[in-house]
Design a protein. Structure first.
Length: 375
């Protein structure tokens, strides 16, 4: 099994593939396993359980609750404690688990092409040619593995941009903050994720507008907090929030993580769901390769298993995102008054969406625009 990409999805896939008995090679284009792509680096405690990693202090750099702000800047507090991580350290721990399981990892090994040979897959990199029974494409949004194999479909992206700002005077250093509103972040949200008391990731994800304009406006809203702050990191990337693509499995290959669109749409969170996808794909690929069967039909076991829980969550969260993006700011303000912390968690994570929808049915505008769409 060859895994392309050493992000959360690929490293997890390599571990699972190796643990299930397949000779496994992971190819990463960067010179080191690291969070080169920007990320808010916030995740849940459950992510560590799924990845079977201990939340060591050099990986978990911050524990935080969450505040979700409506356009009128009133907020709902979510008490559940999540982790702010050093994602590079986290990925290196995942790599260590994959290596321990027996996977071979090669960095500085950019994949240039993946082709189907007779009964096998041929992977060409900048320096070598490899053969495998199955390729797992975990190479992020705009996957080269996908393109090489004729998969044209891409999950709809949100454009994100994040500044890491140093020398901040944070009002809520113990909380990650999410800001909603059509003036603040059209069809998305803006965030402030503290990394320590004086450093924070300040970012935005939007659709159909230019993110920088909105991010700069957002930063200006917090004159006191960012008065003396300096931007020490300025990066952006696309996040697939349109749900899982229809053709994520083909003869000889499975796409996982951002390559397949396994992000939770409403939150844009993809660390946990891509690890889960990698683990299932690695196991399916290992078993299928040992059965000498790399057909699409055989590899579809990935979708059957992943969709039972994660696929369903992604679909419900997408439904919620589609309904919420039609609300105006007054309706979003009303939601802030009605929804509890648990409701917000369920809605954004695509869990118990029907329960939240029932609660909204008694509010006329929300009933038509939101509740019915969710049900
Ligand atoms: C600004 C921003 C903020 C975010 N914040 C959060 C957050 O706070 N919490 C959260 O859960 N999620 C967040 N996400 C989403 C999260 O980062 C992704 O969903 C997650 O990293 C996806 O993992 P992946 O392994 O599928 O892909 P990636 O992390 O994109 O990894 C893909 C890997 O493949 C490698 N690669 C690509 N092409 C090749 C090639 N041709 N050959 C070899 N290697 C290749 C890349 O170098 C990379 O290492 C954020 C995303 C962005 C852009």
């Amino acid at each position: 099994v060859i895994v392309v990409g050493g992000g959360p999805a690929g490293l997890s896939a390599a571990k699972a593939s190796s643990l299930n008995g397949a000779k496994t090679l992971l190819l990463e284009k960067n010179p080191f396993i690291a969070a080169v792509k920007p990320c808010g680096e916030a995740t849940s405690q459950e992510t560590f359980k799924t990845a079977n990693i201990k939340p060591k202090p050099h990986i978990v750099i911050r524990k935080a609750d969450a505040l979700v702000f409506a356009p009128n800047l009133k907020h709902v507090k979510i008490d559940r404690i999540g982790f702010g991580i050093n994602k590079t350290m986290f990925l290196q721990e995942l790599a260590e688990k994959a290596a321990e399981a027996g996977a071979k990892i090669k960095v500085r090994e950019e994949v240039k092409e993946v082709k189907r040979g007779s009964g096998k897959m041929v992977v060409k990199t900048i320096r070598e040619r490899y053969e495998a029974k199955i390729v797992i494409g975990a190479d992020g949004y705009g996957s080269l593995v996908g393109k090489s194999l004729g998969i044209e479909e891409r999950s709809e992206p949100v454009i994100t941009l994040q500044y890491v700002m140093a020398n901040c005077d944070l009002e809520y250093p113990e909380s990650v903050r999410f800001y909603l509103g059509n003036e603040i972040a059209p069809k998305g949200y803006a965030w402030i994720f503290p990394k320590d008391d004086r450093v924070a990731g300040v970012g935005i994800g939007v659709r159909d507008v230019r993110p920088k304009e909105y991010l700069d406006k957002f930063v200006k809203m917090f004159e006191r907090e960012f008065k003396n702050a300096q931007i020490i990191d300025f990066r952006g990337a696309l996040v697939p929030v349109g749900g899982i693509i229809r053709q994520n499995v083909v003869d000889g290959a499975i796409l996982v993580g951002d390559a397949a669109g396994t992000v939770i749409p409403l939150t844009g969170a993809g660390i946990h769901s891509s690890i889960a996808a990698g683990l299932v794909a690695g196991e399916v690929a290992a078993n299928a390769s040992q059965e000498n069967n790399n057909s699409k039909d055989r590899l579809e076991e990935f979708n059957k298993r992943y969709n039972e829980y994660w696929g369903k969550r992604i679909r419900y969260s997408l439904k919620a995102m589609r309904a919420l993006e039609k609300l105006n700011d007054n309706e979003l303000n009303l939601l802030q008054e009605i929804l509890s912390a648990e409701d917000i968690l369920d809605l954004s994570n695509g869990l118990n969406v029907a329960r939240v929808a029932m609660k909204l049915l008694s509010y006329p505008t929300l009933a038509t625009k939101l509740a019915k769409a969710l049900l």
